[in-house]
Design a protein around this ligand. Structure first.
Ligand SMILES: Nc1ncnc2c1ncn2[C@@H]1O[C@H](COP(=O)(O)OP(=O)(O)OP(=O)(O)O)[C@@H](O)[C@H]1O
Ligand SMILES: [Mg+2]
Length: 311
């Protein structure tokens, strides 16, 4: 199977506090606290690994609280090639109330300096001969700007690597300007970045035409329960998301990215690729977490997904 490198520039430790009722401005007591290693690139890595691919993980981590990531990488069987910087990886606090309401307080991220950036480039360069695809997913940390993301993608393009990017805001427009192999924004991220409507295929198509970056081979626009549009140059397709019982949408987009990469590596038919990826993403929302089930479950779910041509 292909070797895939995932780059998580701004990972986080997700800390979920469970309590009855959040009283703002008061002393609150939680029932339980759970921490886990998080970050979109790491989520994509996990789904790809579940699907049988060899995965190497890199990006930046704080040296002072690395244990939770070390344990996660061993458990998942990732080859760890992260660059360690002074300080702590950020924490994202999630306050989960009995009503189901969730309040998020996200950390900013550890400061990245020139030396760390050079270390990341050197590390990626040393891995390139083993790698076919590079996935860059998630937000950018302080000190690593959108233009540097663009340079990273352009350099990887020059090295002949397939680059898949999932990010938002300024980082998304910088990534799109670098013409990677694959992008997977959701409709809202496109609107937020370009201030243009992007809920229908026509609007999405017009948006990409107006920004003039149609060299991107695979433009995948996800729309939550509205499914997926693949703005394929010759076979634009829509996948209807199957009706499922939703438990948590965390990792849905990451599962779609991993599912598309898996599909593109496995199948020839665009319909089969999109159907497989959509099934993997839609299964992810039926559980807390986003573990890929036995592939027979994915095959069953695929039967419930309609693929329509958009041309
Ligand atoms: N409620 C749902 N029912 C069925 N499938 C869903 C649902 N929500 C998401 N999915 C599946 O997951 C895919 C990705 O979801 P979505 O568009 O919400 O990604 P995203 O906004 O990038 O998510 P993330 O928060 O993980 O970044 C959808 O295209 C769909 O296939
Ligand atoms: Mg997303």
């Amino acid at each position: 199977m292909a070797k895939i490198l995932t780059v998580t520039l701004n990972p986080a430790i997700d800390v979920t506090l469970q309590l009855d009722n959040l009283q703002v401005g008061e002393v609150n007591r939680h029932h339980a606290v759970v921490s886990h290693a998080a970050g979109k690139g790491l989520n994509v890595a996990q789904v790809l690994k579940d699907l049988g691919h060899d995965v190497i993980v890199t990006g930046f981590l704080g040296a002072d609280n690395r244990q939770i990531f070390d344990a996660h990488f061993v458990q998942e069987g990732f080859e760890n090639q992260f660059v360690y910087v002074a300080g702590e990886t950020r924490q994202n606090i999630k306050i989960a109330e009995a009503s189901g309401r969730m309040t998020d307080i996200n950390g900013k991220g550890v400061q990245i300096d020139t030396i760390a950036k050079q270390q990341l480039f050197d590390k990626i360069q040393s891995l390139l001969t083993h790698i076919e695809i590079v996935v860059i997913a998630g937000s950018l940390p302080p000190g690593f700007d959108a233009n540097e993301l663009k340079q990273l993608i352009e350099w990887l393009n020059q090295q002949g690597k397939k680059v898949a990017v999932d990010t938002s805001g300024q980082a998304l427009s910088a990534a799109i300007a670098a013409n990677p192999w694959l992008i997977k924004p959701n409709g809202d991220e496109l609107t937020e970045t370009y201030h243009l409507p992007a809920s229908t295929y026509l609007e999405q198509q017009q948006l990409f035409q107006s920004i003039g970056h149609m060299q991107i081979q695979h433009i995948i626009v996800s729309m939550g329960e509205g499914g997926v549009n693949w703005l394929h140059p010759t076979h634009p397709l829509h996948a209807q998301a199957p009706k499922v019982q939703v438990k948590s949408t965390v990792g849905a987009g990451d599962s779609l990215v991993a599912g598309m990469i898996h599909g593109l590596l496995t199948y020839y038919s665009p319909e089969e690729i999109l159907k497989t990826a959509t099934a993997i993403a839609s299964h992810a929302v039926t559980q807390i977490g986003f573990q890929v089930p036995d592939l027979s479950v994915i095959e069953d779910l695929k039967q419930k997904i309609a693929i329509n041509s958009l041309s």
